[in-house]
Design a binder for this molecule. Structure first.
Ligand SMILES: [Fe+2]
Ligand SMILES: [Fe+2]
Length: 297
């Protein structure tokens, strides 16, 4: 079965998108046993790279709550039962991500980092959007960041060198998050399309918000990363910076490899499942480093 939805900027036209589903969205109630992980050194590429991922983690609990709220706001206006089921799966997964990244961030605080301050900074940015922008902008920001996380997840699942030498518990946590971001990558997008009905206005909004959100996301991640490595006294470590630049822009090149998928978002008929990467989900097993077994919602 193919699901056909409205979506080009020409009202009334249709575009065939993902193969049905497209992936099953499974809520997995997993706890990752990372209590005794040294978060300064968990990544094989050293402190600066460890802190880059730690910086992203500091955004997730508040960010994922924002995504949930943005989608939930429009749930009553959705009539498609398949999309309603997807929304339920999406909310369930994001809630679990928020919980596990909150625990991760609490470990950062225990290890002496200003995690609470940095999380509060993320929250104040989101609260500014909540107070000053209408709900459709919240949803547009959500689909932009969901695309961002989905393309990062694709590279993470595709490229084993990104987690080479990492603590296996941390690698498992990031892979679990990447798997579920892939499973639900189109849910918020489909809600946005159902609400904006493939209008030109919706297209312009999603593109402009993507540009502004990308700049903010990268700037805030860089700022948070710098705060963490300054706490480590590593902010003048040239070798650390070079290793980070190589990780992001050289080999394996986490950010280098998302440039083209990021640009794909600006195509008028774009849909996340036009890039069918479900093969990356096959054979994934989270249980070896988690404290309990996955449980379907
Ligand atoms: Fe998430
Ligand atoms: Fe997500």
């Amino acid at each position: 079965m193919n699901r056909t939805t409205e979506g080009s900027p020409n009202p009334g036209s249709t575009v065939t998108v993902a193969p049905s589903g497209a992936a099953a969205i499974t809520r997995r109630d997993l706890h990752f046993a990372i209590d005794d992980v040294d978060l300064k050194h968990w990544h094989g590429d050293g402190t600066s790279v460890s802190q880059f991922y730690n910086a992203m983690s500091l955004f997730f609990p508040e960010g994922e709550q924002f995504f949930i709220d943005s989608v939930r706001h429009y749930r009553e206006r959705i009539t498609d039962p398949a999309l309603l089921a997807d929304i339920k799966g999406f909310i369930g997964q994001e809630a679990m991500h928020g919980r596990e990244h909150r625990a991760y961030n609490a470990r950062l605080a225990e290890q002496g980092y200003d995690a609470e301050l940095l999380e509060a900074r993320a929250l104040s940015l989101l609260n500014f959007a909540r107070q000053h922008l209408p709900p459709i902008h919240h949803l547009a920001a959500t689909i932009a960041l969901e695309h961002f996380t989905a393309i990062l997840a694709d590279v993470l699942l595709r490229e084993p060198r990104l987690t080479a030498g990492a603590d296996p518990r941390m690698a498992a946590l990031w892979r679990w998050h990447a798997v579920e971001e892939t499973e639900h990558k189109a849910v918020a997008f489909d809600v946005f399309r159902a609400i904006t009905r493939g209008s030109v206005r919706g297209y312009v909004l999603r593109c402009t918000v993507m540009v502004s959100v990308s700049i903010r996301f990268l700037w805030q991640t860089a700022r948070t990363h710098y705060h963490l490595i300054r706490q480590d006294g590593e902010h003048r470590n040239l070798r650390g910076w070079l290793r980070l630049m190589n990780h992001l822009w050289g080999r394996p090149g986490l950010l280098r490899r998302i440039v083209l998928p990021w640009l794909a978002y600006f195509r008028p008929g774009f849909h996340p499942w036009q890039h069918d990467n479900r093969a990356l989900l096959e054979g994934w097993q989270p249980v070896s480093v988690a404290r309990n077994l996955p449980r379907a919602a």
